[in-house]
Ligand binder design. Structure first.
Ligand SMILES: NC(=O)c1ccc[n+]([C@@H]2O[C@H](COP(=O)([O-])OP(=O)(O)OC[C@H]3O[C@@H](n4cnc5c(N)ncnc54)[C@H](O)[C@@H]3O)[C@@H](O)[C@H]2O)c1
Length: 320
């Protein structure tokens, strides 16, 4: 009997890539529980919605009864569902606590009750806070947790609850902490899709502060492959950092995108910095490389960016 996996937040950016990969490459049965918030796009799952191994349930991870009924039929959970936009967490922190913290605990409780074999918590490198621009240090799994925003604090809290569930109840949890993802199927509020969609419309592109903040970018398909390995082979009670050692300043990235789009840098507009804005992220992913033999495979950043731009042109229906 093949495994049945509950994937939460599968209509979002990363979750939909993970679903596409796992349905194509395994015979696992998948239940996708997604609340379809403003961030969920049913279209992200359109190309595999008819797969016989796939079932969509519209609902929230904070709905105990619904979650209990689904988890009772499953062997494992992969929890992507979250409020994920830092700016929104500054404006409305409560919903981040409700979904990211309470929602994770509700899933953990159900997973314990029905003795699930694995619980993969999709976390973020943002739980480590930031690094100075002039350092060469990278975050390891042992780095201190120093979240800067309500978003990253809520993700750190969820990680703590998962680790406590392992220590106290022996629950088979594993945590992944990944750096910034890029790729197709991402909503326009995040840096890359925002830049591309605004540039295509010849609208101003806001740059926070001096634009020198550095992010460590990984292709979403590489992250999805890492999660597959963590689900199937990750050691329980462990944390795995996932990153592609691809650091670039926000301003340089936006300029690369404008060049690909053939648009002028005059579109750039420097705006007041985000409060608490993290300066630099950098991830050491030696552990997952050594233990699970994972490697990023989408390493030609410039070429991958062209594909992301092409996808946006297609879905925004831009004709040139
Ligand atoms: N985007 C990144 O660069 C990045 C990097 C590292 C980790 N992560 C983590 O990966 C996960 C997915 O991120 P993403 O960028 O795909 O996010 P996203 O915002 O694109 O998708 C989130 C999905 O969760 C769903 N959702 C929200 N609240 C829900 C609830 N209460 N119940 C059920 N579903 C709910 C939304 O409808 C949406 O489909 C998040 O946990 C995030 O913290 C993201």
């Amino acid at each position: 009997m093949p495994n049945t996996i509950l994937v939460t937040g599968g209509c979002g950016f990363i979750g939909s890539h993970f679903l596409r990969q796992i349905l194509a490459e395994t015979d696992f049965r998948i239940v996708n529980l997604d609340a379809l918030t403003y961030a969920g796009r049913a279209e992200n799952c359109a190309d595999f919605a008819d797969n016989a191994n796939y079932k969509f349930v519209h609902g929230s991870i904070t709905d105990k009864k619904l979650v209990g009924g689904i988890v009772a039929q499953c062997d494992a959970v992969v929890n992507f569902a979250a409020e994920s936009h830092v700016d929104n967490s500054i404006a409305h922190p409560e919903i981040f606590v409700e979904t990211n913290v309470l929602g994770t605990q509700i899933l953990l409780d159900a997973a314990r009750k029905f003795e699930l074999k694995k619980f993969v918590q999709i976390s973020t490198d943002e739980v480590y806070g930031d690094l100075p621009l002039d350092s060469v240090e990278k975050f390891t799994e042992h780095s201190e947790l120093k979240p800067s925003s309500p978003y990253s604090a809520s993700k750190a809290a969820a990680d703590m609850l998962c680790l406590a569930a392992h220590r106290t109840f022996g629950q088979p949890i594993v945590i992944s902490r990944c750096s910034n993802n890029y790729g197709t199927h991402q909503l326009a509020e995040k840096l890359m899709p925002l830049t591309i969609s605004r540039a295509l419309r010849n609208e101003r592109i806001p740059i926070y502060g001096d634009g020198k903040n550095v992010r460590d970018w990984i292709h979403v398909a590489d992250h999805a492959a890492a999660i597959r390995l963590i689900l199937e082979k990750g050691r329980v009670g462990e944390i795995y950092n996932v990153g592609a050692s691809n650091e670039i300043a926000n301003l340089d990235l936006v300029k690369m995108l404008l060049k690909i789009l053939g648009k002028s840098e005059d579109l750039l507009e420097f705006v007041a910095d985000r409060p608490g804005h993290d300066r630099r992220y950098a991830i050491d992913s030696n552990k997952i490389q050594a233990e699970l033999n994972w490697r990023p495979t989408h390493t030609d950043f410039a070429k991958e960016l062209v594909e992301v731009v092409e996808w946006h042109k297609k879905i925004l229906n831009f004709k040139f």
